[in-house]
Design a protein around this ligand. Structure first.
Ligand code: G6P
Length: 608
């Protein structure tokens, strides 16, 4: 959460920082600010509100003029969104931007107060500025940083300016993301690659507690003891266009429409000679055979992808799967050990709880497999094995294309595990792989039905609550459909296994309450239809997503959205999800909400 940027070079720093912050706004958007060296002194502009407010403020007050500075877009943790709590924070001779949480900030604050420091904000971050100033007694910035870092508990990525050293930026990180972009005689720091992709594709990863000092077209890296270290330069595979809206009104819509291509790319990367092959990631048939139990640990939409995996792996590979939300897994003392595989799913690869789940799984001796969309992210680097999904940068807060490629990979894992364990033959493995290769076309077909989705959205726009139901794979998908809708429309929505509704929730069904029913699974279709009739009999407006040609009794369904696909039942979520995403998207837009930036949410959750 929170996005930080920094720039040093020859360009207009304010413009570069604002550009970068726009790309990072998905990380938080309740306030923003920049600090730039202007003629040797630091000029700070910051304000509560989205980046648009910041732009207006810069237009009114004039932007700081200089070539070196730092910027921040905030998702409040300590202290309400306000001008004073916005970053950058300055105290003494130090100005900082911070992403993360300083867990021991209260005790540090007491200590610093005793030393005479006066605090202006309610944030934990201001403590870092003061502590840096406190340790800056020898006017040695590197020493101040190494001493400060030793005192901080929690997570941090920091961009730091020392007033005595104009046109120099320091940065340091621990458990919060921060990368250094390397241009031609210029350097960037950012929480994520899209912030500087427009200027350079070359970047350097900072390890925990590593410090970078950038000045005069040069960057030096130091470990926590202040000793210089050399670093490898990576090249980003993402293109600048991928991180732009490309004519779509919102990133979310653009990302929904990218799904046929990114699914195709992701499938092709792991299908070799007509079958899924994960040996590049070290996930071999031998390892698959050694696994007694699978745990999937993830958060939000990624966790919902895990629920699809549970149905697929259990059905095909006959290995028990438990899906745990990472924030529970890490504290529940799970019964997990060396014969188990823990799969960590994360778009960002940096979600704090998922990362902690990974560390716990490793401590307990389990094999760990990360499925991440951001190459070299913290989770990618820490897991024993890693598969990269190829969704490209996902900027909208609500995850869409990342989910689709996650489930594509998870299906392929289920296929291969089934083969490795002797549950299916090589011929069957090839046949299943051929089926999933139809997914990109199936997705394209659904995306052609945008008008129907907009129509369904028009029927949802004024409702107070609604429900999603389904059975089997459709139930797993209902959970995601419901989350997507509620996170960007603010309509209360819940998802239930269709057979569970009558055990309580049906009391909430009354005249006109929409029940979105996913009914694509032939084996349980009569049962799902009975559940639709039960809610219909109580006045629900039934919106059904069903395979083309599915027959319903007269008056059971109010609105029918046909899924026209050749995908076998097990794989229909790959297509159906796109309809659910579009329905959520248009409902959000019709309600006047910005679907890219729903209130209170952030895309990367780097705090517990
Ligand atoms: C946040 C985002 C969700 C995302 C979840 C997990 O809550 O708003 O869209 O699914 O984090 O993120 P991850 O990057 O680990 O997949």
């Amino acid at each position: 959460m929170c996005g930080i940027v920094g720039y040093i070079g020859k360009r207009d720093c304010s413009d570069v920082l604002m550009d970068g912050l726009e790309k990072l706004e998905y990380r938080g958007y309740d306030s923003a600010g920049i600090a730039v060296f202007e003629n040797g002194s630091i000029k700070t502009v910051k304000t509560r509100g989205k980046l648009a407010c910041m732009k207006a403020k810069l237009d009114n007050e004039g932007k700081p003029l200089g070539c070196c500075g730092i910027g921040h877009t905030r998702w409040a943790t300590h202290g309400e969104p306000s001008d004073i709590n916005s970053h950058p924070h300055s105290n003494g001779r130090v100005t900082i931007v911070h992403n993360g949480i300083i867990e021991n900030y209260a005790e540090l604050k007491d200590f610093l107060k005793e030393k005479g420091y006066v605090f202006l904000s309610q944030t934990d971050s201001e403590v870092v500025a003061c502590l840096l100033d406190y340790y800056y007694s020898e006017r040695n910035p590197l020493k101040a940083i190494t001493e400060t870092v030793k005192e901080l508990r929690g997570s941090f990525a920091l961009g730091i300016l020392f007033k005595d050293f104009p046109d120099r930026i320091y940065a340091v990180r621990k458990a919060s993301p921060l990368i250094v972009g390397k241009g031609d005689g210029e350097f960037f720091i950012a929480s994520d690659i899209p912030a500087f992709l427009k200027y350079t594709k070359e970047y350097i990863l900072l390890d925990d507690d590593e410090i970078v000092c950038m000045e005069n077209g040069k960057a030096q890296f130091f470990n926590v003891h202040g000793i210089e270290v050399s670093k490898e330069v990576h090249t980003a595979e993402w293109d600048v266009e991928q991180a732009q809206k490309q004519g779509f009104p919102h990133y979310m819509l653009k990302e929904i429409h990218e799904q046929p291509d990114v699914a195709d790319k992701t499938l092709k990367a792991v299908i070799k000679n007509g079958v899924p092959d994960f040996s590049d990631a070290g996930f071999t048939d031998d390892i698959m055979r050694s696994i007694k139990k699978v745990f999937v640990v993830a958060c939000g939409t990624s966790m919902h992808a895990g629920i699809i995996a549970r149905y697929a792996v259990e059905k095909l590979a006959r290995i028990p799967v438990t899906v745990e939300t990472a924030s529970e897994f890490r504290y529940m003392d799970p019964i997990v050990g060396k014969d188990d595989l823990v799969i960590l799913i994360s778009q960002s690869g940096e979600t704090a709880d998922t990362k902690a789940g990974l560390e716990l799984a490793k401590e307990k001796g389990a094999k760990t497999l990360a499925i991440v969309n951001v190459k070299y992210s913290a989770i990618a680097r820490a897991a024993d094995m890693c598969i990269n999904t190829l969704a490209g940068p996902e900027i909208a807060v609500a995850s869409t294309k990342a989910y689709t490629v996650q489930i594509a990979v998870l299906y392929l894992i289920a296929f291969r595990m089934a083969f490795a364990n002797g549950n299916i033959t090589e011929e069957e493995l090839k046949a299943l792989t051929k089926e999933i290769e139809k997914a990109p076309d199936a997705i394209r077909n659904i995306l052609k039905k945008e008008d129907e989705c907009r129509f369904i959205a028009s029927r949802l726009v004024n409702v107070e609550k609604l429900f999603f139901i389904g059975r089997g794979f459709d139930y797993a998908l209902s959970l995601e459909g419901s989350l997507k809708l509620k996170e960007i429309t603010y309509i209360h929505s819940d998802a239930y296994a269709a057979g569970e509704l009558k055990h309580g929730t049906i009391s909430l069904i009354e005249e006109g309450v929409p029940v979105i029913t996913i009914a694509t699974q032939e084996s349980v279709l009569p049962k799902t239809i009975s559940n639709m009739e039960e809610v219909k009999a109580r006045g629900a407006t039934v919106i059904a997503l069903a395979r083309k040609g599915t027959k319903f009794a007269e008056n059971t369904v109010d609105i029918l959205f046909e899924i026209d696909t050749e995908l076998p039942d097990m794989l229909t979520p790959l297509a159906t999800v796109c309809g659910l995403q579009l329905i959520a998207y248009y409902t959000s837009v019709l309600r006047g909400i910005d679907p890219d930036k729903p209130r209170n949410l952030a895309k990367s959750v780097t705090t517990e």
